[in-house]
Design a protein around this ligand. Sequence first.
Ligand code: ATP
Ligand code: MN
Length: 529
Amino acid sequence: MTTIDLKELGITVQDIKRNTAPSELYEEAIRREPGTTISDLGALIAYSGTKTGRSPSDKRITRSPEAEDEVWWGSVNISLEKHSFEVNRERASDYLNTLDRLYVFDGYAGWDPKYRIKVRVICGRPYHALFMHNMLIRPTQEELADFGEPDCTILNAGAFPANRYTTGMTSKTSVDLDLANRQVVILGTEYAGEMKKAVFTLMNYLMPKQGVLSMHCSATVDPERTHSTILFGLSGTGKTTLSADPHRLLVGDDEHCWSDDGVFNIEGGCYAKAIYLTREAEPQIFDALRFGAVLENVVYDKADHHVDFDNTSITENTRGAYPIEFIDNAAIPCVAPHPTNIIFLTCDAFGVLPPVAKLTAEQAEYHFISGYTAKVAGTEVGVTEPQATFSPCFGGPFLVWHPGKYAELLSSKIAQHNVNVWLINTGWTGGAYGTGSRIRLKHTRAIIDAIHAGSLNDAPTSTDPWFGFQTLRDVPGVPEEILAPQSTWSDPDAYDQTAAKLVELFRNNFKSYESGVRADVLAAGPSRK
Ligand code: ATP
Ligand code: MN
């Protein structure tokens, strides 16, 4: 193994394990990290500590003359003085220097060699090294020998807090990106997902500079690799679940780019929600959680290490990270032709949106900028009101440029490649959360099968009275009565009231974009006054 020099980063630890095999990382994790163990199916069970999800309000982007005009500053990209970044980086390296052994993983982000970047992860936890081994693209031995200097470095000192008195800190957690030097510093959170989303954020900065659209979406391709589909959607809308499709090859489950040459995955692995996972409903994901996979924050039986996927006592956000080739029908290399279909996934907990609608180019731009989904209320007893979330480009937290830049790229690519755009509601039917029920996974899968079969291209539609898009009325394998949402509600007046409320939320959200979009896009929003 080639030795690497981390002195420039202020790292003086001598014992550095680089690109260590999963079996050895298992051994290291179990020996050195209390609580870590192996599930009865072979996955490494690890715990991320107090933080079991991302900390978006603790993300910072370092100020630089270059970044000044490029970054969409605000609540998504909170600025950090260069000096504070350096304080945090030194804090991270000082902490890492107290450890007797460090782990480095060198890998790639981006399956297209033309656009891929070299990423170096430096961390103290074997669990984090295995996570990034699974999530980045794993280099061959030759590639590793010639790796050279990375394009991006992640210093993960998540076990050590930020200092709240450092200028710009509002908590003990800080995830700091320096776009100019392509460095990431993580303090005060051991949630592994921060690392993968930091890489995604960097790609969201670098790719549009080259005219490439980076996207928060999953992607599949037909077995002949001629027709691809990308599925946009915010967390929990079904990107991972629906891209594990027995009829299609999996290109990737979360982060992709669309260049002039087609679509490529950014990652080398998947990060699936594990809550309520069953082999019956999601066999591909269930079977991927085997030796080599990381299972985070799950509860298991102490006697036989059988995982209880229904147990939410640590978090609802239990996750499994596995290399993409753990899915049998992965499309390796993870590249695909220009998409034939684009699907916007939304989990509408209001039960207003239809299971599937076809969008015009202008409606597509409107809904892409809106990025609507809804969350069901927390666990508080008696609270059943859904919460609407609008996140531009279905990935607001990871955008670096103004959303308009991504929206323009998407629109021009849709026009150029003549792509069909569909809106699919994976959320509620027959009433809002509390009254109705979630659309069945098998029905959503049938809708997606029909899109791929081409049978919806000329199928009968009706204009949605509230949103103005074309609702599909006839989809093979889906009961006709659920396709028009109004008719699934026992009380039609209640439907109209809820729809009016949702339309209002859409309009309020869109106000901040009105001045920046074309009139035809604005007119493609909800139609009923
Ligand atoms: P993230 O960005 O956080 O990774 P995601 O978009 O990949 O989120 P999934 O992990 O696929 O989201 O989560 C969708 C969840 O909703 C799964 O637990 C899935 O079983 C459940 N679900 C229930 N009904 C449906 C449906 N009709 N379509 C899709 N998913 C459904
Ligand atoms: Mn996912």
